[in-house]
Ligand binder design. Structure first.
Ligand code: ASP
Length: 325
């Protein structure tokens, strides 16, 4: 039987270890573990990688600890403009929304775009209206706002006034959530959702809804979800670049993903990270910042979560097809 695997990230816009209490770190790690359990439950019962990445992202969109859905970043006008995408590596189907402001779970709207619109990417109020027509949960725009993001916006505006943007912490700047999975049928999928970065210009669209940049999946090669300053992910077509290195140069997932995230993007001095899984169930989670919220369940069912250097083993989950499972 084919192995299954799942990896998630909650963004590389992670605070310095000492800026949050241990209780808050634990709460964020608990939400990462819940996301992994939700995705793994799908895979363990023979479900698709596509369903697994969607449910894993929904859990993080509903958590205030990450910059997507509830708790998303605010733009320069203190408004939310949400981006998300999803891709099915088995057939190159993909869907995305950008600059949406009323869809509770943007990743569900991306999935609906993929399956029901005939388009790949819907924008702004049209994306909101499409989601509503598709029967998805619609919320008031301030549903997404948390005190932490309001403070981050105020801090970024202060940095802009004083010309100290470079001194802003990664957490003040940005964040994203994403998931990648390999299912029992050998199919790969990826999904990504974000509020973008704090104080972003109105109408700015990042890499997260751009297929090939922030999200990419191709069966037999890899699935990738990125986090970091989206403009660079778009220019480097990061998801596709990692897949291309594997497909055409024969590099391993680890080598290709580290090369792009840690070497190519590091040279711009921007924060960057990604999670990726290949067709054999290998998982990689490179980042070049102090930390990246991340977690994975490997082929043997071992669930790990992390924010900074230390990786926490949480539990062993049921492995489909394993003796006793
Ligand atoms: N990639 C996201 C964007 O540029 C932000 C991030 O992941 O930190 O919108």
């Amino acid at each position: 039987m084919n192995p299954v695997a799942l990896a998630i990230h909650g963004g590389c816009g992670v605070m310095a270890k000492l800026d949050l209490s241990e209780e808050e770190w634990q709460a964020a790690r608990a939400d990462l573990a819940s996301s992994l359990r939700a995705g793994w439950a799908v895979l363990a019962k023979g479900g698709t990688a596509l369903d697994a990445v969607e449910v894993a992202v929904v859990v993080m969109e509903d958590s205030p600890h990450f910059n997507a859905g509830y708790g998303a970043a605010l733009n320069e006008n203190a408004e939310h403009e949400l981006d998300a995408s999803i891709m099915d590596g088995s057939n190159f189907d993909a869907g995305a929304i950008c600059a949406a402001s009323r869809i509770r779970n943007p990743v569900k709207a991306a999935r609906a775009v993929m399956e029901r619109s005939g388009a790949v990417l819907l924008t702004g109020p049209a994306a909101d209206r499409f989601a509503e027509r598709s029967g998805l949960d619609i919320v008031a725009a301030d549903y997404f706002t948390t005190e932490r993001r309001q403070k981050a916006l105020a801090a970024m505006k202060a940095h802009a006034r004083t010309g100290t943007y470079a001194a802003a912490s990664e957490a003040e700047k940005h964040g994203t959530v994403g998931a990648v999975a390999l299912d029992r049928a050998g199919h790969l999928a990826a999904a990504t959702s974000t509020g973008g970065y704090n104080n972003k210009p109105q109408g700015r669209v990042g890499d997260s809804p751009i297929i090939g940049a922030g999200t990419y999946a191709r069966d037999g090669v890899c699935a990738v979800s990125g986090t970091g300053q989206g403009e660079f992910f778009i220019r480097h077509v990061v998801g596709h670049e990692i897949a291309s290195r594997i497909a055409y140069l024969g590099e391993t997932l680890e080598t290709a993903s580290h090369k792009v995230i840690r070497d190519d993007l590091k040279s711009y001095g921007i924060g960057a990270g990604a999670v990726a899984v290949d067709g054999s169930g290998n998982v990689s989670a490179p980042y070049n910042t102090d930390g990246m919220f991340r977690g994975w369940v490997t082929r043997d069912g071992k669930l790990h979560v992390a924010s900074h250097g230390e990786v926490f083993f949480v539990e062993t989950l049921e492995v489909p097809g394993a003796p006793g499972a």
